[in-house]
Design a protein around this ligand. Sequence first.
Ligand code: ATR
Length: 263
Amino acid sequence: MKRLAVLGHPVAHSRSPAMHNAALAELGLAGEWSYEAIDLAPDELESRVRAMEGEGFVGANVTVPHKGAALSLADTLSETAREIGAANTLSFAAGEVRADNTDAQGLLDALPASPRGQRALVLGAGGAARAAVWALLREGAEVDLWNRTALRAERLCAELGGRPVATPEAGAYELTVNTTAVGLRGEDPFAELPLESAGFAAGQTVVDLVYGDRPSLLLAVAGEAGAAVVDGIEVLVRQGALSLETWTGMSAPLDTMRTAARK
Ligand code: ATR
């Protein structure tokens, strides 16, 4: 059996096992490959990852809070992972751990159109924000970055580019990407984030990486105003598809993955 996993803490809520196992079945690989969730505390990550190839693992996705540590422990890094400073995809072969980042391209793949030339606002300064800023700049967008803790936004922009902003201009952005945790526990995005519900309109795109069983309040309001909306599940599907292609060399069945991730 070729094994795959998602490593996180907590990880029980992850939709990745259902999504990847459905994809493996669709590809006719269900008897040969399997994907599981493994909860690892930060101090267990490195020794467990080192042991995984010996346990039959071919690769793993890495999620909160391990994306930075995954990069540090890897033997080889893709250029994307190195530049972003975070990894969400590990591959194990010949005793080596290779780290890659598919969050960046996954975000771009989830957008309805290329962000080239667009004014973009990214909210947050964690690992997901790093991937978003890197991807949007590389694609030719102009990126403003806001974070609750301004110093973190300044540091991120000093490293990756983009412009830290204290007060984003309402209605000025063709693309808004929320990478903060706001909304995860029902917080009001219009109270916690520098966004105005009246600032959204047709012609804009709003991405919210937060996902749950129902559309986030941010996406509900933006969609109501006519903006194109992309939720966290679509981004999860797109990054997962790229990881699966890295491990299997096969093209990932997007619709099957979407259906399984949304259940
Ligand atoms: P990840 O790696 O998933 O991006 P992270 O490093 O834990 O996660 O970052 C979480 C982000 O959510 C941060 O940008 C955090 O802001 P701070 O840097 O100021 O902590 C943001 N965040 C969490 N709760 C928030 C809230 N109530 N209001 C605004 N931002 C919030």
